[in-house]
Design a protein around this ligand. Sequence first.
Ligand code: GLP
Length: 244
Amino acid sequence: MKVIVAKDYEDGAKKAADFIDKLVRENPTCTLGLATGSSPVGMYKELARRCKEEGLDFSKVHSVNLDEYVGLEPTHPQSYRYFMDDNLFNHINIDKANTYVAKGVGDVEANLKEFNDILDKTDIDLQVLGVGPDGHLGFNEPGATLYEKAHKETLEDSTIDANTRFFANRDEVPRYAVTMGMGSIMKAKTLLMIINGNKQEAARKLLLEDKIDPMCPATFMRLHRDAIVVIEKSLADEIGYKES
Ligand code: GLP
């Protein structure tokens, strides 16, 4: 696992953007796996700037997103489709027809079938990842067993608590989500994780321990051949991580 300690959030955003920049320039028809949350927002902003000012061309890029809340229309400001449009797609020259965010409304089983069919025929070149405070990836919550394929998850209380900040109150946070499974994530050629903020527990388990722990899905990064972790210095210092 390659670990990059960034000076601060902005520096991390640029360092993470460099990987996508390089990939898109080398392979303009690549497929990106994308993530929501506050961790990648700065990187998306930087990619939008490079698209406008430095000719970074997304016109032939495809994307598929990690997850979506169950019960939110794509027009809901907290849906992940809305998030992606608002934070990235509306600011770059990607063809929205080439972007996929799983449906959160309608027949969940049919939505999952569509999601899995798409994942089965997609080779993700680079998957962006954030981490939940409980170590979740996408919405793969900690548990004795994890799932390979896209599936429906019941959100943990800690996840609902963490995501309440985006809603008017806790009751409005959806209780369920659809998410890529751990298998779909691990099949991506490259994993790019951005970790900062209050992720001490997950960061410690990921960077300082040797265990692959289903109670902290982020630790599965350690099994991947090409995994990159961009961590903010303040968090690295807090957990006592030293660059080797
Ligand atoms: C949500 C998303 C995750 C994301 C996590 C962390 O739960 N489903 O994919 O990694 O939030 O978000 P943040 O980056 O805002 O801390």
